[in-house]
Design a protein around this ligand. Structure first.
Ligand SMILES: [Zn+2]
Length: 172
């Protein structure tokens, strides 16, 4: 377990835990105390441990590995998007493959779709899920009930897949 470092920050409004390379920083807000920060940290113990475990699994990819993933993604994703769009009657504009870790995909108002090349690291079921998620945004731009109903109609079990994809995103 990494050591804790308690740091008072008068601009902070809440207690906050940040994982650093060699310690865990606990931010104490303006009206907070170290005693209460310790109680807060104790209540978050399991969460902290799971984050540390995942960060160990997180791998740094070499330029060569990234280019391989990009080539695989360019070869696979546009064709798959076209197929799934045809099957379910979605219309989109353009597809781009990007090197982003923070999001699996996105869809602009102009129906341009972006996908992360890291998708090539997960099972094809999940790639299909992300594609159908973004294609559903060409109809429903938000995450409201209509969006989820549409997504569920083209991708049964979508909520469960969504949760699992969030777990994955912490691992790369
Ligand atoms: Zn979305």
């Amino acid at each position: 377990m990494l050591p804790y470092r308690y740091i008072k920050n008068n601009r902070a409004k809440h207690y906050r835990i940040t994982l650093k390379a060699d310690h865990i920083r606990v931010t104490i807000p303006r009206y907070g105390s170290k005693r209460r920060a310790e109680v807060f940290t104790e209540s978050k113990k399991e969460w902290i441990e799971s984050v540390i475990k995942k960060s160990v699994q997180r791998k740094i990819y070499s330029t060569e590995e990234i280019e391989t993933l990009r080539a695989q993604a360019k070869n696979y994703i546009p064709e798959r998007v076209t197929k799934l769009a045809e099957t379910h009657g979605f219309v989109f504009n353009d597809i781009r493959i990007k090197k982003i870790r923070t999001r699996w995909g996105s869809c602009s108002r102009r129906k341009n779709l972006n996908f992360s090349l890291y998708l090539m690291l997960v099972d094809h079921t999940y790639i299909d899920y992300v594609i159908l998620h973004e294609l559903s945004h060409t109809v429903e731009m938000n995450h409201g009930p209509k969006f989820w109903a549409l997504l569920e109609s083209v991708c049964p079990g979508s909520k469960k897949l969504d949760r699992e994809m969030r777990d994955f995103s912490n691992m790369f």
